[in-house]
Design a protein around this ligand. Sequence first.
Ligand code: SF4
Ligand code: SF4
Length: 356
Amino acid sequence: MYRGFALKEVFLETTHACNQRCRYCYLPDVGRSFKDELTTDEYKHLIIKLANEAKTVYLTFTGGEFFSRPDAIELLQAAEENNFCFSILTNGTLIDERTADALKEVMPFKIRVTLFAPDEDIHDNFTRLKGSYRSAVNGIRFLSERGIPVSITYPITSIANIEHFKAMGDLANSMGAVLEIGDRILPSRDKTCRKSILSYQLSQESYPLLNKWAEDYLRERNDCYLSEKDLEEKNRERLEKSITRLPCGAGVDTLAINPVGDIAACPMFLSEKIIGNIRKDDIIRLWDEAPFLKTLRSYDPAKRDKACKTCGVQDTCHVCVAQSYIENKDIYAPSIALCEEAKWMKEVKEYEKTLH
Ligand code: SF4
Ligand code: SF4
C-alpha cells in the first residue's frame, strides 16, 4: 500500500432504488435500479478485502434508499463481523420494529435519517411519498428505543422557517436523536447543478436567523461546541499538518463505489470520473497506482488561486474539486454552481452585517 495514504473510509452507494422522489435529490437518476447491481456475495468479498488488505476502518452504507435492498442487514452483518465502524444514510421509512431489532444486533456507529420538515404535510409533499413522515419518525423512535445512535439530518431548504428550526430541535430532543443541520444544498450530481443549487436554498433573510438559532441550540447541548470561526481555524491547522493540500479526503483517505462496482474518489466523482471497477480491477492496486488519485493527492491550491483570482468571493466559496471536474473536466477550474453559491453567501454575509 502507498505509504502515507491509507484508505480509511469507503462510501458504498449500494443502490439507486428509492421509494421516495424528493423534490431535491443529488442523484439525477434516482429510482432507476441497475440490472447488474453488486450481489450480496460480491459485497461480502469486498468488505473482507477492505478489512484485511486495505485496513479500512469506516464504511458508509447509502443509496438511493439502502434499506430497499433485501440483503441490507446481511451486508451490515458482514461489516460488523469484520470489525468495521459503519454508518447508514437512510430516509428511515423502511425501518420497522423487526429491522430495528436486527440493527441492534450489529450496532451501527450511527444511523442518519433525513427529514425535510417537522411537519407531516410539508415533508410528504417534499418527498412525494404520502406517509413518509410518519414512517420515518416511527423508524427513528424504534432505533432510539433500542439505544441505537440515531440522528435527524435536516437539510435546510427554502421551505424552512424559524418555527420549523425550533420544532425540529424539539422533535429530535423528544426522541433522543441528535439533530444535524445541513445549511447547504449540494449541487445535483450532474450538469443540471446550476438550477438545483439555488432554487432550494434557504432565503437570504432566513439564513442569519438559522445561524443564530443553530449556534444557540448547539452551544446549549454540546460542551465541545465550535463556532464557524473555530472550525475554519481547525481546518487550516489540519491542512498545514497534512501531506496533501486537497481541502477534502477524496482519493486521499476516501473512495466511493456505486451499485455496479464503479470506483471513484468520492460520491460526487462517481458521475464523471470512474477510476476502475471492483469486478475487474484490484481496488488495492488502484488505490496505490491510479493516476487520477495521484493528481488529487498532489493538489496545488496556487493553481486554484490563479484560476479564481478575480472573483472577489473566494472567502465564501466552498471549493469542491469534484464539482469543478463535473463541470469542466478540470479540478482547478471555477465551477458555475460554486460561484453562484459563493456570491449568494457573500450577499447573505453582507446582509447579516446590516443586522448588527
Ligand atoms: S430519499 Fe434520498 S435518495 Fe431517495 S429521492 Fe430522497 S434524497 Fe434521493
Ligand atoms: S470557484 Fe468561483 S467563487 Fe469559488 S473561488 Fe473560484 S471563481 Fe471564486
